[in-house]
Design a protein around this ligand. Structure first.
Ligand code: AMP
Length: 653
């Protein structure tokens, strides 16, 4: 048995006679002696008061980590580095949209964060209050997040590409006291004005914030609402020299919520703690990312996603690394001219040692001249981490050969906060296998269970649902914001007879203990590494006056991984009788989804049918539709009410 199989999970997978590999032993301790293991990891961060109890798992499936300890995320990300590396770069901002390139040292970051913290306090924000951040990828977004952490406010960052409908439902659920936003974002030189979307979202939401703090980039005009809207420039100037001490928080106090899609139309607020998250990130920076203080980390994600929270803002800063915040496409230079080598230019310039991106971005780069990968000195780079969607072998091989550094696939979710499956090269160099994100990370008891019997599938290559046994490790979601019941019922009760956390992903494990992820078990789709609920898109489409019924499915796409396709039954058949009319309605539906949810959710195509494939009990057969769209066998159709409905869809392809 090789070293990896020993690390893969259950005690039964452990070796008999041979000595355990370093990672296998590391992993074993993390699950067999979690208190001892995590109390050691807890030393990677600063505590005001050390924890009294490492793990309280007395109320499963809830896990409370580092009980009695007090700490602060902003202190660990910023203040504690001031003495040793105050002048060192902390945040590097590069916008190929506006041509701005600017660095902030830890000292400067400290000052900026305190200015925003003081401004938020003036607007009435205190410990436990929610601050919703709807911002483009600019440094002020990170300042605002860190400012919230500093004063104990709970931030709730909403991806800037979401439109007013998505934003409104999040405002409604998070009930923020203050919203932080900007005049506009920009993508591919196209300005996206945020303020009108925000105004509309506030109008749609029954909850109204007390105040809105607005950063003006002078990209789009802003109409200010008297008494509610405040220009950040005015408040920040007033608090230029602000000194705002960190508020010490209990380890179990909430640091933030972040919304993610599920099987219902209503996004879930994933809630995270403070101490457990800080420890989990500090540990992952060392054991998984192998990033060291003084070096530069470059994640191409967005602060609106969990990767942005963990590995643009908090993780690298906690580790004392400089972090690059990048606004723009991977194919445009700082002079706004096409440049497919911009990322590698930045790697060379800032001597990036650890880089994090998504397969979809690599697939975009694959269309560029491969010579661009050889043009720059990339000798500083130790590894490229890719996550968010399955990494297909051709893409993995292309980038691996081009860069000549290890490509490390890592599998995780908004809910987990940090990688569940990958290789921990900081503990021990472990080979990767193409197509597999790797083995379970320390603290994660990952199993594969039969979806209906709940029986463990321990044999190699047996397909089942990937689940995690509790107690979940530090950094994992605490609960669903304000809805413990939804947390338990949604995540922990989906496998019959067992209280286990379901990832809602299918998977297998090979004989060496490497896992392979085979797609979602639910109606969540993954477009360009972003998770979308088909129900949310269906709800938006159903709102069109001429839509009687709709089914949205995710279909394989060479560039984006998956795209959404919508099948619509029109109320007025005549409206789609000819091609011109159908095109018009398709355009209207697409616009509706863009306006409601954002361009990301817009279906790639809308097709009109006279009826949708359903079971006799009226359940939509989404999986069969998806199979037909992908020219696969739709499987068992004994329950289908009217087979001609599926034939209609087949005929469209
Ligand atoms: P999100 O919460 O948006 O990060 O989406 C999490 C989902 O993305 C997972 O449940 C998987 O379906 C998918 N995913 C993330 N990383 C990977 C990966 N490395 N390989 C395969 N699927 C992944």
């Amino acid at each position: 048995m090789n070293s990896v199989s020993a690390s893969a999970g259950s005690a039964s997978a452990r070796q008999g006679d041979k000595p355990m590999s370093r990672y296998a032993e590391f992993y074993r301790r993390s699950v067999d002696e979690p208190e001892g293991f995590w109390s050691e990891q807890a030393r990677l961060i600063d505590w005001k008061t050390p924890p009294q109890l490492i793990l309280d798992a007395s109320r499963p499936p809830f896990a409370r980590w580092f009980v009695g300890g007090t700490t602060n995320l902003c202190h660990n990300a910023v203040d504690r580095h001031l003495a040793s590396r105050g002048e060192q770069r902390a945040l590097i901002f590069v916008s190929t949209e506006t041509g701005v390139e600017k660095s902030y040292s830890f000292k400067e970051l400290h000052a900026e964060v305190q200015r925003v913290a003081a401004s938020l306090m003036e607007l009435g924000v205190g410990k436990g209050d929610r601050v919703l951040i709807y911002m483009p990828m600019i440094p002020e977004a990170a300042f605002a997040m860190l400012a919230c952490a500093r004063i104990g406010a709970i931030h709730c960052v909403v991806f800037g590409g979401f439109a007013s409908g998505s934003l409104a439902s999040r405002i409604e659920d998070a009930t923020p006291k203050v919203i932080v936003s900007a005049d506009a974002g920009s993508r591919g030189n196209k300005i996206l004005a945020y303020k009108p979307l925000l105004d509309e979202a506030i109008r749609l939401s029954s909850h109204k914030p007390d105040a809105v703090l607005l950063f003006d980039r002078e990209l789009a005009p802003m109409e200010l609402s008297e008494g509610r809207d405040h220009l950040a420039s005015v408040l920040l100037e007033k608090h230029r020299d602000a000194e705002v001490p960190c508020t010490w928080l209990d380890a179990t106090d909430i640091s933030y919520t972040i919304y993610t899609s599920g099987t219902t139309g209503k996004p879930k607020g994933v809630q995270r703690d403070t101490g457990g998250y800080a420890v989990a990130l500090a540990a992952s920076m060392q054991h998984i990312f192998d990033g060291r203080a003084g070096e530069t980390y470059f994640s191409t994600s967005d602060i609106g996603w969990v990767v942005g929270h963990s590995y643009i803002v908090y993780g690298p800063l906690i580790a004392g690394m400089a972090t690059i915040m990048y606004e723009g496409l991977p194919t445009q230079g700082i002079d706004q001219q096409p440049d497919g080598g911009i990322w590698w230019r930045l790697v060379e310039k800032y001597k990036v040692t650890v880089m994090f991106s998504a397969p979809t971005a690599v697939r975009v780069l694959k269309k560029q001249d491969p010579a661009l990968l050889k043009k720059y000195d990339l000798s500083s780079l130790r590894a490229l981490f890719l996550a968010g969607e399955p990494l297909d072998e051709p893409t993995g091989r292309w980038i691996s050969e081009g860069l000549g550094v290890p490509i490390i696939d890592n599998y995780w979710q908004t809910e987990s906060g940090w990688p569940i499956l990958t290789v921990a090269n900081g503990v021990e160099r472990t080979p990767s296998k193409f197509g597999s994100p790797g083995v379970p990370m320390y603290g994660f008891k990952v199993k594969i269970l039969h979806e209906s019997t709940g029986e463990e599938l321990a044999g190699p290559d047996e397909k089942g649902v990937v689940v995690i046994e509790g107690p979940t490790p530090p950094g994992f979601m605490q609960t669903v914001w304000r809805d413990d019941e939804r947390f338990v019922n949604t995540y922990w009760k989906s496998v019959p007879g067992k209280l286990v956390y379901s990832t809602f992903d299918w998977g297998i494990r090979d004989a060496d203990g490497y896992f392979y992820i085979l797609g979602r078990t639910d109606d969540v789709i993954n477009v360009a590494g972003h998770r979308l609920g088909t129900r949310e898109i269906e709800e938006s489409i159903s709102g069109h006056a001429n839509v009687a019924e709709v089914a949205v499915v995710g279909v394989a796409d060479a560039l984006k991984g998956q795209v959404a396709l919508a099948f619509v039954v029109a109320k007025d058949g005549a409206a789609v009788a000819d091609e011109q009319a159908a095109l018009q309605l398709e355009g209207e539906i697409m616009k509706r989804v863009s306006d409601d949810l954002g361009a990301l959710a817009r279906p790639a195509r809308v097709r009109f049918v006279t009826a949708l494939p359903k079971t006799r009990s009226g359940k939509l057969l989404r999986r069969a539709i998806q199979a037909v769209c992908e020219q696969r066998d739709p499987g068992d159709l004994t329950t289908i009410d009217d087979p001609s409905t599926l034939q209609q869809i087949k005929n469209l392809f």
